[in-house]
Design a binder for this molecule. Structure first.
Ligand code: NAI
Length: 335
């Protein structure tokens, strides 16, 4: 298939070119938006990432330009307008499980970076300041860790925390995972999780229901000093409410790989630009906040899986074979 691959980074190109395949891929560094969608004209397949814009105008423009399949090279599909997908008949495939370990392990890294204040400690040592004042963390063993969303990634995170760290793991998920239950994860209501957890890690998709799941009401229920980790999607957290929680000290630390308004910021070098996002600037001002720029997926193993599964998806569509990773818009998604 002739494929237009948007938001191409050098690591995307390397991983796709390392695989022997029969598709013809043109790599576009530009993000897919209404301004760049004309580049996709004449391509039956478009490959997009988590921060490409896939709203109704873009979906309609893709179909008008002859695109038949949208191959997402990410798991989350909250950025796709499924009403427009259903209206236009565009087919959508994705890579739901390229490496749950990559994301879960990054969540653990963020939790520990916040807990043991690794960025702050490293900066001190670089400046020749070997004082330990203010750097005390906590032992994770025996602490209560709350996992929201125990699908593929949440289950790996729960296993690492339970079996590796010896934490008491509680979880909330409308569909409890039998493998988590089998390892002794205790399912509780969302409010109970907020009230009992010393650490809360978010692993649910962004949906209408999970939008601002961590808001001022939720934060008010949490234990003073709670550490919150978010590697799911930025808008699962109400950023303004979390900033208030950090200012008051109710939240003891925050580790985020995703940010509510990351679209215009992430994945580019903006070090020469003036930061105009005041919420993000405020987050950067806290010494107990650790931020990474949506890199939880970024391991060599995951990149290899993303490329190979995306190419397999395209082959399935091209050859008319049933594709298990096709997303059929449900009434719920298309609402
Ligand atoms: P999954 O579909 O295997 O699991 C999601 C789980 O969340 C399911 O068990 C579901 O029942 C549960 N859930 C749904 N709504 C919920 C709610 N309101 N409250 C509690 N639980 C809820 O998905 P997977 O693969 O574990 O990925 C989770 C999320 O991680 C993705 O949707 C995506 O947004 C994010 N992600 C982030 C990456 C990154 O690089 N930062 C990379 C890959 C995924």
């Amino acid at each position: 298939m002739k494929v237009a691959l948007f938001s191409t980074k050098p690591y995307d190109r390397e991983s796709f070119e390392a695989i022997d395949h029969s598709h013809e891929i043109d790599f576009f560094p530009r993000r897919l938006t209404e301004d760049s969608v004309h580049l996709a004209r004449g391509y039956p397949a478009v490959c997009a990432f988590a921060n490409d814009v896939l709203d109704a105008p873009v979906i309609h423009a893709l179909r008008e330009g002859g695109t038949e399949v949208l191959a997402l090279r990410c798991a989350g599909c909250n950025h796709v307008d499924f009403d427009a997908v259903a209206e236009t008949g565009l087919r959508v495939v994705h890579v739901p499980a390229y490496s749950p370990n990559a994301v879960a392990e990054h969540a653990v890294a963020l939790m520990m970076a916040v807990n043991r204040q690794i960025p702050r400690a490293t900066a001190r040592v670089r400046m020749g300041n070997y004082s330990l004042h203010g750097l005390a963390g906590f032992d994770v063993v025996g602490k209560t860790v709350g996992v929201i969303g125990t699908g593929k990634i949440g289950a790996v995170f729960a296993r690492i925390l339970k079996q590796g760290f010896g934490a008491h793991v509680i979880a909330h998920d409308p569909f409890p995972n039998p493998s988590c239950k089998a390892m002794g994860v205790e399912y509780v209501s969302r409010d109970t999780l907020f009230e009992q957890a010393d650490v809360i890690s978010l692993h649910c998709p962004l949906t209408e229901e999970s939008h601002h799941l961590v808001d001022s009401g939720a934060i008010g229920r949490m234990k003073p000093g709670v550490v919150i980790v978010n590697t799911s999607r930025g808008a699962v957290i109400d950023t303004a409410a979390v900033i208030d929680g950090l200012k008051s000290g109710r939240i003891g630390g925050l580790g985020i790989d995703v940010y509510e308004h990351e679209g215009p910021l992430y994945f580019e070098d903006r070090s020469d630009e003036i930061l105009t996002d005041d919420l993000f600037a405020r987050l950067l001002g806290f010494h107990n906040v650790v931020i990474t720029g949506h890199q939880a997926f970024l391991t060599h193993e995951a990149l290899e899986q993303i490329a190979s599964q995306t190419l397999q998806n395209l082959t399935c569509i091209e050859t008319g074979t049933a594709c298990e990773r096709e997303i059929i818009p449900t009434d719920e998604q298309a609402d």
